[in-house]
Design a binder for this molecule. Structure first.
Ligand SMILES: [Zn+2]
Length: 287
């Protein structure tokens, strides 16, 4: 069932668990995540970056595929199709294409401009029953080989953006995209607590879920994080399983070259990763 992410995340705040956002890249990824959500009776958010949208030939293709798969696979758990780190234009395209949720990443704009653009998009989304995530304090990560530390969002700026009517908010608390460096300082729970105090029950989003230790994830959830984004980890699981298949020479045996066989171990590995995350986040049987 394709739905906006608002209700599932409000329920998660109330129940003190988090819903995973797993980014998709193709049919195999989508199939693996949807079937794992159904098997575990868990709500799920499918994340699509602008790059992944382009790779799949456009947001319309993605929306059509996801809607058709939900129907063909008899997926009855709540599924949100969400634009990840959208530009203003990307959000407009996804609203038009039939996404049920978008993230507007205005964190690189001065706060006034972030506010103005977020406000416009909130109005557009809510007219169509689409949920919207905004971001304050940019989330670090690797760019051109340089790993930047995650910014800590100013709790007052978080409050300003929250007051615009966004449905959930990504606040940087030292989290970063991709693999975490050895000398990473960990999540800033003080900042998270202050933000939570100001914004009340608005669901908070933790980006860069790959490699954050389980105890920090649990603390973050107890402080109001209700959505956790996982992207890199599924890629690493897929890569490892695919590498193993080829290194063991299985593609050279019989019809091992068949793409349905070649991609199967990676697809199964994504399912393992998604299930582990659903269990850690506490979303199993919360559909
Ligand atoms: Zn992110």
């Amino acid at each position: 069932m394709l739905v906006s992410a608002t209700q599932m995340l409000n329920k998660a705040v109330e129940g003190k668990y988090a819903v995973g956002q797993f980014n998709i890249n193709n049919l195999e990824w989508t199939k693996a995540i949807l079937s794992t959500a159904q098997e575990n009776n868990s709500p799920v958010i499918l994340g699509v970056s602008e790059g992944a949208g382009k790779y799949m030939t456009g947001f319309k293709t993605v929306a059509a595929m996801v809607k058709a798969m939900i129907e063909e696979m008899n997926i009855t758990v709540p599924v949100a199709l969400h634009l990840d780190h959208g530009t203003y234009e990307g959000c407009l395209k996804c609203i038009d294409a039939g996404f049920s949720s978008v993230m507007f990443d205005g964190s690189h704009y001065p706060i006034e401009e972030n506010i103005q653009k977020t406000k416009e998009l909130v109005e557009l989304c809510h007219k169509k029953g689409i949920s919207i995530e905004a971001e304050v304090g940019s989330i670090g990560g690797e760019e051109d080989g340089v790993v930047g530390a995650g910014e800590i969002a100013d709790p007052n700026e978080c409050k300003m953006i929250a007051d615009l009517g966004v449905d959930f908010l990504a606040a940087g608390i030292g989290n970063i995209h991709g693999k975490y460096p050895e000398n990473w300082k960990g999540l800033d729970f003080d900042a998270l607590g202050k933000t939570k105090e100001l914004i009340g029950n608005l669901p908070l989003v933790l980006h860069g879920g790959t490699g954050i230790p389980a105890d920090m994830i649990k603390t973050a959830i107890s402080l109001g994080v209700a959505k956790i984004n996982v992207n890199t980890e599924c890629q690493l699981y897929f890569q490892e399983a695919t590498r193993k298949y080829i290194e063991e020479g299985k593609d050279l045996v019989g019809k091992g070259f068949d793409p349905r066989k070649l991609l199967a171990p990676g697809t199964e590995a994504i399912k393992v990763n998604v299930k582990e995350k659903m269990e850690l986040f506490g979303s199993v049987n919360k559909a």
